[in-house]
Design a protein around this ligand. Structure first.
Ligand code: MG
Length: 401
């Protein structure tokens, strides 16, 4: 079902402070969320922060924002952090800490990296919170588990991913879901746009991490270089907006100014434009249905601006169609693909496999998909574990070759 952006009264209105929990607070999304809170402290009150292991950065953030709660997933370093927290700030540590911290605020920003972000997504929606979701993996892998929680009273999922933030905005142009023809996701094309497969045989980790337009963490930057990020976003859009992957297109927009588009039944295409700046997207999720009063990434329309569009090279960047396959398959196939992808990206970043082997291994990993139904959370977790085990073996085979 398409959920066309329900309004929300009261709490998020002008002049009223919103309490926010920032999970994954020391990463790229987390620190940019804190930028917004720092810029508008009357409007945003940081009541909880949390990270996996970054004790030094958490201590610094706690000193600045004085949240009620700090969460640290790494139990072993809890004592070290506790001594460095300001008076009045409580520490929760351990596997469940980030999820526990996500029930403490009006609005949760989930900036945790990878499948590890799933507990935050589940806990914040179950607690009836607004969830600003930057952790796409949790929705992609566990869509069938996450979806029912969107019906919990007060729960609201607002995407932070720039393309989905754009789609969310473009869908507000019309309140009749049946008039949506297609969703059009834009892609920068990543650092290897225009290169041939032969050309890409020997690219390095540094090459893959040199994104032309966006500054992001290493995992998503590698995903951008393979177009797997775009593929995962196609599945994410299917889950968020209830439109099947075969009505979702991908177009390369190298300037990363048009962030996505909705094509309507009357021939109109509505687009959202801004310079690449994730703070706009994070702020949209915080302020919706209102908007931030401070601009992030406004386009300077007094200067010349060129916008190009081109179809993606699906043969060279085979990960894109692997994601379409998994999205069409549904059930635990997206969990399987996303888990396999985390394993191969890690293997690439640690120098065990070459860039061109990422898609090769993922193709084999997806071929081994066992067809398990996403009947409950345990089935999703099992799919994640099995896929990782299968993919690790494939990686070991390549690395040894
Ligand atoms: Mg994105």
């Amino acid at each position: 079902m398409l959920a066309p952006c329900p309004g929300r009264g009261g709490v998020y209105g002008r002049g009223v402070s919103t309490s926010i929990a920032v999970l994954g607070s020391t990463g790229s999304i987390g620190t940019q969320t804190l930028d917004i809170a720092r810029a508008d402290p009357d409007r945003y009150d940081v009541v909880a922060i949390g990270a996996a292991t970054s004790v030094d950065a958490l201590a610094e953030q706690a000193a600045e924002f004085r949240p009620a709660l700090v969460a640290l997933a790494d139990d072993a370093r809890a004592a070290e952090l506790r001594d460095r927290l300001p008076a009045g700030t409580e520490l929760v540590a351990g596997d469940d800490a980030l999820a526990a911290a996500s029930t403490e605020a009006d609005c949760v920003i989930n900036g945790v990296v990878g499948f590890a972000g799933l507990p935050v997504t589940l806990a914040s929606l179950a607690a009836g919170k607004r969830l600003g979701l930057a952790n796409k993996e949790s929705l992609i892998a566990a869509g069938p588990i996450v979806q029912p929680l969107r019906d919990v009273a007060g729960a609201e999922l607002v995407p932070v991913d720039s393309e989905h933030c754009a789609l969310h905005q473009c869908l507000r142009a019309n309140d009749e879901p049946e008039r949506v023809d297609r969703l059009v996701l834009t892609a920068s094309g990543g650092p290897f746009r225009g290169r041939s497969a032969a050309d890409l045989a020997e690219v390095t980790i540094e090459d893959a991490l040199a994104h032309p337009t966006w500054s992001m963490g290493p995992k998503i930057t590698v995903d951008s270089s393979t177009l797997m990020n775009k593929g995962l976003e196609v599945i994410e859009a299917q889950e968020l907006f209830g439109i099947g992957v075969d009505r979702i297109d991908v177009v390369v927009q190298p300037q990363s100014v048009v962030h996505s588009m909705v094509a309507y039944s009357d021939g109109s295409t509505i687009a959202q434009l801004s310079m690449p700046d994730m703070r706009l997207c994070i702020g949209y999720a915080l302020a919706y249905p209102d908007r931030l009063t401070l601009p992030y990434g406004p386009v300077d329309w007094s200067a010349a601006l060129q916008l190009d569009f081109e179809p993606p090279d699906r043969a060279t960047f085979a990960c894109l169609d692997l994601a379409y396959d998994a999205g069409r398959e549904g059930e635990t196939a997206p969990a399987w693909l996303s888990a396999a992808n985390e394993v191969v990206v890690d293997a690439f970043l640690t120098g065990r496999i070459r860039w061109i082997e990422i898609a090769e291994i993922l193709k084999e990993a997806l071929a081994a998909y066992d067809g398990t139904k996403a009947s409950d959370i345990e089935a999703v977790l099992q799919a994640d574990r099995t896929s990782r085990a299968v993919t690790r073996k494939l990686v070991d085979g390549k690395a040894a070759a």
